[in-house]
Structure formats: C-alpha cells, structure tokens
Design a binder for this molecule. Structure first.
Ligand SMILES: O=C(O)CCC(=O)C(=O)O
Length: 256
C-alpha cells in the first residue's frame, strides 16, 4: 500500500508562504471520477446556494459538515494524502471541520473578497488559528475563470478584523491594501487534481469568472484536535476522530 508524505522542502515552503501547491494530488482517473459524480449530483445542485458579490456576480456553493461514506467527497476528505499532510503542516491530529463545493459558472461566477478563513472561524469559538484547507481543483482553475489569489506569506500577519463588504464579509480593507504592498500577489492556477493546502490566516480572494469555462473546486477544511471550539454554535462540528482512508480505498471510491 502506497502512502503519500510531504518532503521537508514542501513543509518549509508552507510555513514560509502560508500555502503549498501539490500537483497531481489526485490523478486524472480519480479526478474524472469526482468531476463526473459531482456534475451529475442532483442533491448537490439542489443544496447549493448563491452568494452574490458587489458587482452582481453569482457564485454557488454547497457546504457540508457531515460525511456520507457513499459519496466521493467523503473519500477526498478522508484521504490519507490530505489528512496526513494537513497533520504534518498543522502539527497535530486534525479532524473534519467542513467541506464545500465551490461552483463558479461560466460568465456568472462571482468574486470573493479578500479574507482569511480564520477571520470567520475565530467567531465560531476556535482559539488558535491552527486550521487549514486543501482546495482540490475539479476543473482547471485559471486567472480567466477566477482562480484563487493569495498574498504569499500573509498568514504571518495574524488574524485581521473582518467587516461587512457589500453582501460579503471580508478582511479590513485598509489592512488588505497595506498587505498588498508588502506581500507578493500570486494567482494560483491549478490543473484538475492539483491540491492547494493553505493556512487559516492566509489572505486570499478570487475574481469573477468571466470566461466560458466553469471553475469547480472542492475545499476540504480541517481543525486541529487541540483547537476544539470552546463554544458550540452549531455552525461546524467539535472534535471527533477522523477515519482516514488509504490511497487505494480512496481511488476505488473515486473511480468505481
Ligand atoms: O473558491 C473561491 O473562489 C473562494 C473560496 C474561498 O475563498 C473560501 O472558501 O474561503
């Protein structure tokens, strides 16, 4: 049975930059399995809700706190390659906080304001920013279809206050402007199956999808065991051990 481990260099670059791209985290067959399932998934389509940006762009997302072993999303969330990597990067056992399919339709997909995920999660009773996400590209993500943009190294700022910006909540715009002068802006272009690991305090945003291509991605979010939320507001779960699936089991679940 093969296992996936990050190299020392990858771990170092995550700590320096606040993110890490792993090309081919899921291979072509695996990601095709996920894509075919997701795009035909009526429950997901019905569940997905719209978030509008300030310029009328619409992005859809379906967010789930629960894992249903019958669906491929669960295989991705439980995959050894993501879970063990996340544990290595965050320095503790991790559990599933939630996962979400981000759906940016051609010419419709809206923008996301600059924010830190921990800017939200802080309010849900998480004391430490020791949390992270792995975005798995389902479709190709490019500058034209609104790929994620990050400020390299900005996780080192610590948590920034978040305020209402139009219909969204984003990081304090004054701080974002200063951060943009100090940190390199990187457009994270991904091929289907690539994974982007990013820290809860990394400043990120995305632009509208003005292209003719969809941009779907599955974002898998994890919290650390030592950071079990001190309040239970019902938004996301408390700690419970996450069953981890081997790469073979994940592969079977995705391509069957
Ligand atoms: O998918 C996107 O474009 C943005 C998603 C995002 O920023 C988030 O879920 O925190």
């Amino acid at each position: 049975m093969t296992t996936f481990e990050l190299t020392d260099q990858q771990i170092e670059s995550f700590h320096r930059d606040g993110y890490l791209i792993v090309n081919g985290l899921f291979d072509a067959q695996e990601i095709a399995g996920l894509l075919n399932f997701a795009k035909a998934d009526k429950a997901l389509a019905e569940e997905a809700y719209v978030r509008r940006d300030g310029d009328g762009g619409e992005t859809r997302l379906a967010l789930r706190n629960d894992l249903d072993d019958a669906v491929p999303y669960t295989a991705v969330v439980r995959s050894q390659r993501i879970v063990h990597s996340m544990q290595t990067l965050l320095g503790d056992e991790v559990y599933h906080y939630h996962h979400k399919m981000m759906i940016k339709q051609p010419r419709l997909g809206g923008a996301w304001e600059w924010h830190q995920d921990y800017g939200y999660w802080y309010n849900f009773g998480c004391l430490f920013p020791d949390m992270g996400s792995c975005m798995v590209a389902v479709d190709r993500a490019t500058t034209q279809n609104g790929c994620l943009q990050v400020l390299r190294g900005s996780h080192k700022i610590g948590r920034v206050d978040h305020v209402k910006i139009g219909e969204q909540v984003g990081a304090d715009p004054q701080r974002v402007e200063i951060a943009k002068q100090r940190f390199e802006l990187v457009a994270v272009e991904l091929e289907p199956g690539d994974g982007l690991f990013f820290h809860g305090n990394l400043l990120h945003c995305s632009a509208q999808n003005l292209s003719e291509y969809p941009r779907w991605s599955l974002i898998n979010c994890y919290n650390t065991r030592h950071n079990d939320p001190f309040i239970q507001d019902g938004r996301h779960p408390n700690y419970s051990p996450l069953e981890v699936w081997s790469n073979d089991k994940v592969r079977d679940a995705l391509i069957s």
